[in-house]
Design a protein around this ligand. Structure first.
Ligand SMILES: *[C@@H]1O[C@H](CO)[C@@H](O)[C@H](O)[C@H]1NC(C)=O
Ligand SMILES: *[C@@H]1O[C@H](CO)[C@@H](O)[C@H](O)[C@H]1NC(C)=O
Ligand SMILES: *[C@@H]1O[C@H](CO)[C@@H](O)[C@H](O)[C@H]1NC(C)=O
Ligand SMILES: *[C@@H]1O[C@H](CO)[C@@H](O)[C@H](O)[C@H]1NC(C)=O
Ligand SMILES: *[C@@H]1O[C@H](CO)[C@@H](O)[C@H](O)[C@H]1NC(C)=O
Ligand SMILES: *[C@@H]1O[C@H](CO)[C@@H](O)[C@H](O)[C@H]1NC(C)=O
Ligand SMILES: *[C@@H]1O[C@H](CO)[C@@H](O)[C@H](O)[C@H]1NC(C)=O
Ligand SMILES: *[C@@H]1O[C@H](CO)[C@@H](O)[C@H](O)[C@H]1NC(C)=O
Ligand SMILES: *[C@@H]1O[C@H](CO)[C@@H](O)[C@H](O)[C@H]1NC(C)=O
Ligand SMILES: *[C@@H]1O[C@H](CO)[C@@H](O)[C@H](O)[C@H]1NC(C)=O
Ligand SMILES: *[C@@H]1O[C@H](CO)[C@@H](O)[C@H](O)[C@H]1NC(C)=O
Ligand SMILES: *[C@@H]1O[C@H](CO)[C@@H](O)[C@H](O)[C@H]1NC(C)=O
Length: 669
């Protein structure tokens, strides 16, 4: 294993003669001849925009609607010109399909309807907020949907299709909830008589993490969701909770044909995390349950057993259909024994026609990845939004380094600020530290590249991250910008032993004078509250001495461009991370965010402000129904260095993160 040789570098002074160093890793990197994602043409120079705003999005690469017979035969595309659509539903008269589309820009959810034969496509509502989950009323005159037009929070709205008049029903005096807690409303469903709308909500629940409780709370910061089932009249009166179960998520309510019972899926709160992670979906499960609408009592288990059963729906008085995700039984099932095996394609959010004979769903692909530089919807019109892979960082010499996580194997690449000259800098799979399956799962890789101020070096962590960092190693590495030489800067082991001194180091960043690297450490004893293996450290590149800057649960540190302050993320209580700054000597701590949700992963912008990801607006959709993500509802916010002037830069139902502004001046070079 290369590790032993690499560790031998520890303590050696850095010398300009590094190229002669016998331990130098010759990675034998080949410059990729065919770049899978050539730079797309830019409009910024002529459009009057200030430059490019890069960000990452965790969402399927493609999503197209199909209609099929209930047994899966006669499948055909719903739309003649699909762009990116999902979350479809039949109208109660079976004539229409309502759906969500991103036809006005990648990431901007709007609602539409179309006849079941694909004609008469009509935009129902299209704003820069999220519109999603549209369902037509039984009399065909109204549509209920989810919108984030009330301050970025998911609420239920109703629109009159004739007049276009629209109103929210869940942000009123009668539905008032504790604003510091989650307060989202999802998946509306009309009662057969049109008198009620049922939906799920996490209102007044908590900002819960996941995993076994350990020192300072849970082991996973990503939030789980505790939903209950509610009903309201379309005019906003008679708001009522129908059923809830402490520690459980009750989601996606649907009515029985006679309107007397409400059907939903029930899973533990913890399983809302497991249900959207590929490494744990097979061990997750849910139960399909119904209750009496009038009393909320008479709980009846409709479908039990293993597997994640979601999207339940009555397709007759006595038959229930649902979708099973993962666990080797993926597909459309009915309680009459029907099974349409969909494991050969990723089908999601099926909805059945009122007569139970047809089903509409989206087919999504994660293999088709957004190309680097794909244009996204621009919530800030001054900037052209574009897609980037993760951890992008701009050097003082106008080069970008990033981790190719979605586009590759979590290796480090560099490219010119204008998107040309992509170059492989470090191949994590060739490093021998990592196994390919953890990399494929997204929990290991070469993460968070940081440029030296002169643009000659790139430093990053190679190791196991997220939940796998609890037991897996992490090494600081730096390479020359051309990737011909790399060295390992800290010790670790593949497996962290309990009670051992071996730690996981990662998320490095150069000091503005290039002499030090700041990074975060983690050891198994951290779980027990031993702060000696926790916090931020400074590595002096001349002496190779490591000094302690903090002993808190801190991560993602980086020096401001002027070297005055360090921005970082701190776990301030069991379930809550905030964005903080301190002086470069560790003094003068300032906590810049205050939401009960996670505010994290802050980076400096080119003009010395701070951009970060926030969960403060809560979920925009039911947590268990997502795939592949970590914190599905992350939105990007930018603020001044003192935490003032916070401005929201995204409003999508997807996990948006990794912001990087590249102003025109840096593109033209
Ligand atoms: C689709 O259905 C509508 C309503 O039934 C009908 O008017 C229209 O001609 C159909 N279009 C096609 C292409 O079949
Ligand atoms: C939501 O509805 C309530 C009650 O009608 C109203 O007071 C509030 O202003 C509405 N919010 C928005 C954003 O329309
Ligand atoms: C709202 O929730 C916060 C956080 O749990 C709690 O501190 C506060 O007391 C609650 N406020 C009300 C009015 O219940
Ligand atoms: C809302 O609708 C219900 C049922 O139709 C009706 O009884 C009630 O008066 C309405 N409320 C308002 C404020 O219009
Ligand atoms: C479902 O998951 C829960 C929580 O993980 C577990 O306790 C239970 O045994 C599982 N049930 C089945 C049938 O797999
Ligand atoms: C989950 O189960 C499916 C089908 O049995 C299998 O192909 C897949 O590898 C499993 N995933 C994991 C992480 O074990
Ligand atoms: C579904 O189909 C796949 C391959 O097409 C097969 O491997 C799998 O066993 C099938 N699942 C079930 C539950 O029959
Ligand atoms: C990722 O690794 C696989 C297996 O080693 C290789 O075939 C593929 O080309 C790599 N992809 C990229 C983008 O480097
Ligand atoms: C992109 O920037 C590089 C310098 O990094 C320059 O050589 C190249 O000409 C630029 N290409 C375009 C298309 O602007
Ligand atoms: C790589 O970069 C180093 C440091 O800048 C330089 O000395 C070396 O010549 C470069 N190697 C190649 C092959 O360009
Ligand atoms: C250290 O390891 C021993 C033996 O495995 C174990 O009994 C003990 O609880 C551990 N100490 C801590 C603090 O985890
Ligand atoms: C980890 O904790 C155990 C038990 O408290 C202790 O014996 C051991 O020295 C600790 N390891 C380190 C590296 O601090």
């Amino acid at each position: 294993m290369r590790l032993s040789a690499s560790v031998a570098l520890l303590g050696l002074a850095v010398s300009p003669a590094w190229a002669l160093c016998p331990y130098a890793e010759k990675m034998a990197l080949e410059k990729k001849s065919s770049i899978p994602h050539p730079p797309a043409p830019r409009e910024v120079s002529s459009s009057g925009k200030k430059g490019i705003f890069y960000m990452n999005r965790i969402a399927p690469g493609t999503s197209e609607l199909y209609v099929a017979n209930v047994d899966g035969t006669n499948e055909r595309p719903l739309l003649s010109n699909p762009i990116y659509e999902y979350h479809a539903a039949f109208s109660p008269d079976g004539q229409w399909v309502t759906f969500t589309g991103e036809r006005n820009g990648d990431g901007n959810s709007d609602i539409y309807r179309v006849r079941t034969n694909g004609s008469d496509l009509e935009e129902l509502e299209a704003t820069s907020s999220i519109e999603d989950g549209a369902v037509m009323s039984p009399n065909g005159k109204q549509v209920a949907y989810v919108s984030t037009a009330n301050g970025y929070k998911a609420n239920i709205w109703v629109m009159d299709l004739e007049t276009g008049h629209k109103w929210n029903v869940t942000d009123t005096v009668s539905t008032a909830a504790n604003a510091s807690l989650p307060n989202g409303y999802f998946r509306p469903s009309w009662s057969p008589d049109g008198q009620w709308i049922a939906f799920s909500s996490d209102r007044n629940s908590g900002w819960y993490g996941h995993g076994d409780p350990v020192f300072m709370g849970v082991s996973g910061w990503e939030h789980t969701q505790e939903l209950s089932i509610y009903v309201i009249r379309p005019n906003g009166s008679d708001f009522r909770r129908v059923v809830s179960k402490s520690g459980y998520c009750l989601g996606s309510p649907k009515w029985s044909p006679n309107g007397k019972r409400i059907l939903y899926y029930e899973m533990t709160r913890e399983n809302t995390w497991n249900s959207h992670r590929p490494e744990s979906i097979n061990t997750s499960n849910s139960t399909l349950v119904s209750v009496d609408f009038a009393s909320g009592a008479g709980r009846r288990v409709e479908v039990a057993g293993s597997g994640v059963k979601i999207f339940p729906q009555y397709i007759s008085d006595s038959t229930i259909a649902w979708f099973a995700k993962g666990s080797g039984k993926e597909g459309l099932h009915t309680s009459a024994g029907g099974f349409f095996n969909t494991s050969s394609s990723t089908i999601r959010s099926p909805a059945w026609s009122p007569d139970g004979k047809q089903v509409v769903y989206e087919k999504t692909s994660w293999d088709v990845v957004r190309p680097m530089d794909k244009k996204l919807y621009s919530w800030d019109e001054d900037w052209e939004y574009r897609f980037t892979d993760v951890f992008p960082q701009l050097s003082n010499t106008n080069k970008i380094a990033m981790t190719e996580k979605q586009l590759g194997n979590s290796s480090i690449v560099s490219l010119s600020a204008n998107g040309t000259n992509e170059h492989l800098v470090y191949d994590d799979l060739k490093s021998d530290f990592l196994d390919a399956s953890s990399v494929a799962m997204g929990t290991a890789g070469a993460f968070n590249p940081g440029w030296s101020p002169d643009g000659k070096w790139v430093t990053f962590g190679v190791g196991f991250w997220f939940q796998s960092r609890a037991t897996g190693g992490g090494w600081l590495v730096r390479t020359t910008a051309n990737g011909t030489y790399s060295e390992v800067l800290t010790e670790s082991e593949t497996t962290l032993e309990s009670n051992s001194s071996v730690i996981n180091s990662g998320f490095p960043s150069y000091s503005h004078d290039g002499k030090k690297i700041i990074f975060r450490v983690w050891g198994t004893n951290s779980t027990l509250g031993d702060r000696s293996q926790l916090g931020l450290r400074l590595l002096d590149l001349d002496t190779r001495k490591i000094s302690v800057l903090t002993n808190e649960w801190d991560n993602l540190p980086s020096f401001s461009p002027d070297g005055e302050r360090i921005v970082f993320t701190r776990k301030v209580s069991d379930y809550n991370y905030d964005v903080c700054t301190m002086r470069s000597d560790g003094s003068d701590l300032k906590v810049l965010t205050s939401s009960g949700a996670n505010d994290a992963h802050a980076v400096w912008t080119w003009d010395g402000r701070i951009a970060y990801s926030s969960g403060m607006f809560g979920f925009q959709y039911e947590c268990a129904l997502y795939d592949q993500t970590f914190q599905p509802y992350g939105q990007v916010i930018v603020m001044d260095v003192d935490g003032s002037n916070k401005r929201v830069l995204t409003d999508s139902i997807w996990e948006d993160s990794m912001p990087m502004f590249v102003p025109n001046s840096k593109l033209r070079r």
